[in-house]
Design a protein around this ligand. Structure first.
Ligand code: PLP
Ligand code: ZN
Length: 475
């Protein structure tokens, strides 16, 4: 590419992750794959010419300037660590006001010592999922390049986030969303519809919708907001900055995150590599990426077929062989955790890099384990949707295997809010056999060990009192 030599002197630029290619191009160019080889793209910085803080404590000074939207945002108060956009171009709706909570009751379930398990509640974002961290960054880039129509394919939360960034800002953005048929939880569909997104339901699954939205974005010159968009990952790095912030800038031992398209895990790895490079942390935590059993491409590739980052050149034959056999057998992702119901994770390579950087591990957990963990999250805290609970189920599994020690400090990322998927929650708890079978039984879930069943009583005072006295428990 003719631009290769000139842009590397820019403060920020885009670069192909393939070490045999390394094509570079300017931040203001719109491309969702390397123009030379089609591989994934990174946003890269010339850190030595940027005003990087000497210590992470620097960011505490932003708290006193919260009337400035860039200091209020849980993403942009770390602007110095994602410096690809001028401040006046930033699109923010106050995302990232999220909590890291010690979860002592849940620690018992997972097998951690008291005080050693934390939950990072990303469901507290404006659209109710961590996706807002990425959207604010991608919308900022879209604004920099003058885009108006923005599109994504989604299992639900990306489209909800995209829709709210269009409706809640006044830069003339139009939301266009592609969803697979029958695959979207109602809470999420409700958001897209409520916020006025142009919604296309493709007869197919997420991967079909993904393939189409890429083609359509190309043909109609629409800005693509899926996590192949490297700017989204820049925003998602800040989830890790907030975890460190909440721990007084101490590095935990483990970050446990559900894996779908692998944008989050990729972003976390990039965040820690950069912080280490900048001397802002002295060690990198270990990363555990948790698949659902019914959508375990990463675990199969890494755990069974030994696919590794290999200095940027992962063995492509392993992946194509696996995808080939998946196609031949007609296997399709199927899990109650719809947000991670993905066959071909788009950020696979970047996730391999993150696993390499973070001495990472990959596991899969069953839908039964996911729903049980979800019930325990709800009983001991603020609640999450099924996909989010994969992190907790995964931590429990790794604890049982002895990979995570009982005294290690573990942070599970709760990626989205409990109300995203009420169908799964009610089916688990209500005890209605028909509902249970339809939503859960069909997915191999047969028990609801942690359910909190409602009692049906006659509209009669004595019956009501009797039911209460029988069920108060012994508190
Ligand atoms: C998108 C999403 C995920 C998957 O994240 P990736 O970055 O695609 O791996 C997990 N949980 C929830 C709730 C999500 O919305
Ligand atoms: Zn390339």
């Amino acid at each position: 590419m003719s631009t290769t030599t000139s842009v590397t002197t820019d403060l920020a630029y885009q670069q192909c992750i393939n070490p045999d290619c390394r094509t570079t191009f300017p931040v203001r160019q719109v491309a969702f794959a390397c123009p030379s080889c089609g591989d994934l793209i990174d946003v890269v910085y010339n850190w030595d010419r940027l005003p990087v803080p000497k210590s992470l404590k620097h960011f505490e000074s932003k708290w006193s300037k919260r009337l400035d939207p860039l200091c209020f945002s849980g993403v942009w108060r770390f602007h110095e660590l994602l410096p690809f956009a001028p401040s006046e171009m930033v699109v923010t709706i106050g995302e990232g006001q999220t909590l890291l909570q010690p979860a002592n009751k849940l620690a018992e379930f997972v097998g951690q010592n008291p005080g050693r398990l934390y939950l990072q509640y990303e469901g507290m974002n404006p659209s109710g999922s961590f996706k807002d961290n990425g959207m604010t960054a991608a919308f900022t880039h879209a604004r920099m390049v003058g885009a108006k129509r923005v599109a994504c394919a989604s299992t639900g939360n990306t489209s909800a986030a995209l829709s709210v960034y269009c409706s809640a800002t006044s830069y003339g953005f139009q939301a266009i969303i592609f969803i697979g048929s029958g695959k979207i939880a109602y809470g999420k569909l409700a958001q897209a519809l409520d916020h006025g997104a142009l919604t296309l339901q493709i007869i197919g699954d997420f991967d079909d919708a993904m393939a189409r939205v890429k083609q359509v974005a190309d043909r109609l010159n629409i800005y693509l907001m899926n996590s192949v968009n490297p700017f989204r990952l820049e925003g998602q790095k800040t989830i890790m900055y907030r975890v460190l912030e909440a721990l007084g800038w101490e590095v935990p031992d483990w970050i446990v995150v559900p894996g779908g398209n692998l944008g989050n895990s990729s972003a976390f790895g990039k965040a820690f590599l950069e912080l280490k490079h900048l001397g802002l942390i002295d060690r990198i935590p270990r990363l555990a990426v948790i698949n659902a059993a019914g959508a375990r491409t990463l675990d199969e590739l890494v755990g069974r077929h030994h696919l590794t980052w290999n200095d940027g050149l992962p063995d492509a034959q392993i992946t194509s062989g696996y995808y080939g056999s998946m196609d031949a057998s007609g296997a399709k992702a199927d899990t109650i955790a719809s947000a991670i119901e993905i066959n071909r994770p788009v950020n696979l390579k970047k996730c391999l890099r993150a696993l390499d950087a973070c001495n990472g591990v990959v596991r899969h957990v069953s839908d039964q384990e996911i729903m049980d963990a979800k019930a325990q999250v709800g009983a001991g805290g603020m609640g999450c949707e099924p996909a989010s609970a994969a992190s907790v189920a995964g931590a429990k599994r790794l604890r049982e295997e002895g990979v995570i020690g009982p005294d290690e400090r573990v942070v599970c990322i709760l990626t989205a809010h409990q109300l995203k998927d009420p169908t799964a929650t009610v089916a688990y708890h209500s005890g209605d056999p028909q509902q249970f079978e339809k939503v859960l039984g069909s997915r191999g879930i047969h028990r609801a060990e942690y359910s909190n069943k409602p009692f049906v009583v006659a509209n009669d005072m004595e019956d009501i009192v009797r039911a209460l006295l029988q069920n108060f428990g012994d508190s």
